[in-house]
Design a protein around this ligand. Structure first.
Ligand code: HAM
Length: 439
């Protein structure tokens, strides 16, 4: 194929036949977030590069290796967002939303860009559903955010997900921890990869999420942050755990969850699936109490999470989770001849105004080809319009599933008949649901 007609490596199309799955996931997540009091925020796909350097952190893999950064025609350094938190926080600060009632609760569905090595569940353009709760210091917020993540996964019908939580403390407790970590790694410096040797100087915590198996082996016996938490961070974490216990949500405390972004403080968590290979984290998040100040705003302890939608879809397909069927086409009108064609367009428009999905021929096909097409697109009814039908104003409405035909006066009868059948179907569905419920 012509090279220009091939997508860029690490990107993926959502084709019309699959779009309903995406819409379902996005709507389920947005509806759940709305029930927790979140409203949507939309921010630009690109931001100033320094926003990500200062928030995500210039010692992270994301900033050092993975950002899509370029100079625009005005010579400004611009970056395609690698994640959604920085842009959301920038927007909240810029518009002074923190002057209104706190916390500011925002959710988003966005595309993100990271120059990573593509593999199953890891793309260069991927999509996140995320929530940010800005200006909420209490551990109750941590528990609520985790419960929201769990609610979305549960409502999507996803099973066998493990929730892993950790606390990575605040700058106070982290200072002592970093020293302990540094001296541990200094002793085994020769075993580390070159990147980690550099990390040892700049940010030894980043060594903990190095993907090299050799470094991971060295990390096994490294000091654990939980042993270094200050009293406040420790109490905060205990309360989060108690709240999750009370809510009946099971979790594992995993000191290995350190997250790959620099802004995190205190609670961090991941929802992990073991069924989609190495890239099993379907949702990751945590607190970022220092980010607002870091970006020049007031002190706004905050937290949130983001889910990778491609990974959610993979797990759902893997587990055969049910997706609602896409809305079917109600009526396909097959016109024969120019006069009928004009009437078909008119009738389709009338039906669409009534809320029906109505389709007619756009390709001047013969009747047989049209009926084949109607079958292919899964139309519920079809209607042939020829000269006879136009003259007599009577047409035959065919139920494509049962083959039953019904004479209808054209055009009002068509609308009434479809209404009738749809209402009957609705009643039938309702009766079936009631029977199931009672039975
Ligand atoms: P993150 O862990 O970098 O966190 O990404 C969140 C989720 O996005 C991951 O758990 C994964 O499901 C998905 N994801 C990440 N990279 C890729 C990729 N290359 N391909 C496919 N999916 C991917 C964040 O982005 C934070 N902003 C989350 C957050 C919000 N923390 C607080 N608020």
């Amino acid at each position: 194929m012509d090279l220009q007609a091939v997508a860029v490596k690490g990107t993926q199309d959502v084709l019309p036949a699959n779009a309903h799955k995406w819409q379902y996931i996005e709507k389920t997540a947005a509806d759940a977030a709305a029930r927790f009091g979140f409203r949507e925020i939309r921010t630009p796909v690109f931001e100033k590069t320094e926003l990500f350097e200062r928030s995500v952190g210039d010692t992270t893999d994301v900033v050092q290796k993975e950002m899509y950064t370029f100079n625009d025609k005005g010579g400004r350094s611009i970056t395609l967002r690698p994640e959604g938190t920085a842009g959301a926080m920038r927007s909240v600060l810029e518009h002074g939303l923190f002057n209104d009632a706190l916390p500011v609760k925002a959710f988003y569905t966005t595309s993100c860009y990271r120059y990573e090595k593509p593999q199953a569940g890891r793309l260069r353009e991927f999509h996140q559903f995320g929530v940010e709760c800005i200006g909420a210091p209490s551990p109750v917020a941590d528990a609520e955010i985790i419960l929201l993540g769990n609610a979305i996964l549960t409502e999507l019908g996803i099973k066998d997900i493990s929730l892993q939580i950790n606390s990575i403390g605040c700058p106070t407790c982290r200072a002592a921890y970093k020293n302990a970590l540094k001296s541990y790694f200094e002793d085994r410096k020769d075993e580390l990869c070159d990147t980690c040797k550099d990390r040892l100087e700049r940010n030894p915590m980043r060594i903990l999420d190095c993907k090299s198996p050799v470094c991971q082996a060295v990390c096994k016996d490294a000091p654990v942050i939980l042993d270094y938490l200050c009293d406040e961070c420790s109490a905060h974490f205990e309360t989060v755990k108690t709240l999750l216990d009370t809510a009946g949500l099971s979790y594992t405390v995993n000191p290995g969850i350190v997250r790959g972004l620099d802004y995190y403080t205190k609670t961090v968590f991941e929802f992990i699936s073991s069924q989609i290979g190495a890239q099993g984290t379907v949702c990751g998040g945590g607190r970022y109490d220092g980010l607002a100040k870091e970006l020049g705003g007031p002190d706004l302890p905050s937290l949130g999470f983001a889910m990778g939608l491609e990974r959610i879809l993979m797990v759902m397909e893997n587990q055969n989770c049910p997706f609602p069927d896409p809305e079917p086409v109600d009526l396909y009108i097959a016109p024969m001849g120019d006069a009928a064609q004009a009437q078909a367009v008119l009738l389709c428009n009338t039906l669409r105004q009534e809320g029906f999905k109505a389709i007619t021929d756009l390709n001047n096909r013969g009747l047989k080809a049209q009926m084949k097409y109607a079958g292919k697109i899964g139309a519920k009814f079809s209607l042939v319009l020829g000269d006879n039908e136009l003259n007599e104003k009577i047409a035959r409405l065919k139920n494509m599933k049962t083959g039953e035909q019904r004479e209808v006066v054209f055009p009002d009868g068509v609308i009434t008949a479809i209404y009738d059948e749809n209402i009957q179907n609705t009643f039938q569905n309702l009766n079936e649901s009631l029977e199931k419920f009672n039975g």
